[in-house]
Design a protein around this ligand. Sequence first.
Ligand code: CA
Length: 248
Amino acid sequence: MLSHPGLVRRGNEDACAALPEAGAFVVCDGMGGAAAGEVASRLAADSFLNYISGQNGNAAVVPQRMLAAAIDAANNAVYRYSRQSAKLEGMGTTLVALVAPVRQAKPDMVWLAHVGDSRGYRLRGGHLEQLTPDHTFVAEQLRAGQITSEQAANSPMRNMLTRAVGTRPVVEAEITEHDAIPGDLYLLASDGLTHELTDDAIEAILAAVATPFTQAALAQGCEALIAAANQNGGRDNITVLLAAVLDS
Ligand code: CA
């Protein structure tokens, strides 16, 4: 995983974290005045992984329920922090997570959970698929057929989230289950990547990652994604995390 401030912003309000021994990976993109965005994303990522860590190795865990509870924990941590001062009001963060619990009833499955517009993608057989529908007003209007994809791309409201972690006492995460096939490559990314690069451009970069997958190959893939986003302007913080499904 790799996070870069981009070429315009001075700070970095994104956060990424991983607990490989628990099969858990997370990217957050914070928002809020002063340094509140940075605090929100870090607090959410850490609280999320802390919760997962406490469940690690528990074979009775139901992944969907564990993920929902882990995001509740992240939401509580950020929301409670935000209540400490009026300056922090409205602080929040996106969250996208990939989890493949180590001891589970379905060893060939992985789970994605998200809130907001940070995305989870999967490259399979050279084809990239976005697995997390954005929680934005524009994406929801687009799905409802109320606007065209061109209007969506140019909308001044394209950054407005319909859900965020920490802005309200309760949040509902979207959680999906996916079959894991050796050779699958998962990408978690903040919008600093996806606003600068089309899905086709991301697909081309991921398809060029050397196989069989190694940590070095994935690190190179992360660097290539960030370099390409910066080449296209780097107007926002950019965070990417790659995880590959290996042969058993
Ligand atoms: Ca962002």
